[in-house]
Design a protein around this ligand. Sequence first.
Ligand SMILES: [Zn+2]
Ligand SMILES: [Zn+2]
Length: 243
Amino acid sequence: MTSMTQTLLNFLFPPCCPICHVRLLCHDHDQLCQDCHNRLQPSPDWFCRRCGRDNHSGSETDDCPSCRDDPLMPDCVMAPFIFAPPISRLLVGLKFSDRGQWAALIAKLCWQHTGLMLRQQQIDCIIPIPLHPWRLMARRYNQSALLAGQLAQLLQKPMVTTVLHRVHWTTPQTRLGALMRRRNVAHAFRAVGDPCAGRSVLLVDDVLTTGATVYSATRALKQAGIGRVVVMCVARAMEPIRQ
Ligand SMILES: [Zn+2]
Ligand SMILES: [Zn+2]
């Protein structure tokens, strides 16, 4: 797009904050206004850096009793925000209201909070949590793939969608407790190593609740020979977890 076309488009459709619709002073459409930006809640740091679980010790560590002896757990879990407004509104809009254009903004917010850490992980490729083909047909797009595509651009690494597959239809996790979530997705994924065998992958999902989905996908990836799995979920749900 030429700069003149962009200027004309900005004149006709001035950039607005997607949350409160206040007009933005900059020319970038993928922004929150300052007020909404100030309301973002960063995730607290008492979660295990490796598996993302509350490690109960009150300090951030590289591993915890839940993941220390399990090589099939992720190597690092990042969830930069708490699932609360305004990030929750962006994620719900992205997932259920056809707001695919918000993926760029959400990825940019993640990048602002975790870009340095992400670069240190030396990621080779980005893999989104896949939807089951039937669900993909019904929803028409995979919100995790939209986010992964944007993160791939920021990291300048390829997104790969041929490695991880969802092979079982699962009920939505939203209404299930922790144990049922684990059972629900235990065998939901199948992975083939090529072309990421031995590589470091960034596995992308929208919300981290109990971790059941990303743990199950990580297990499939590592069993298929993927070297390292770093998980990026945009937000962490802080609701009390039912066992
Ligand atoms: Zn706003
Ligand atoms: Zn852990």
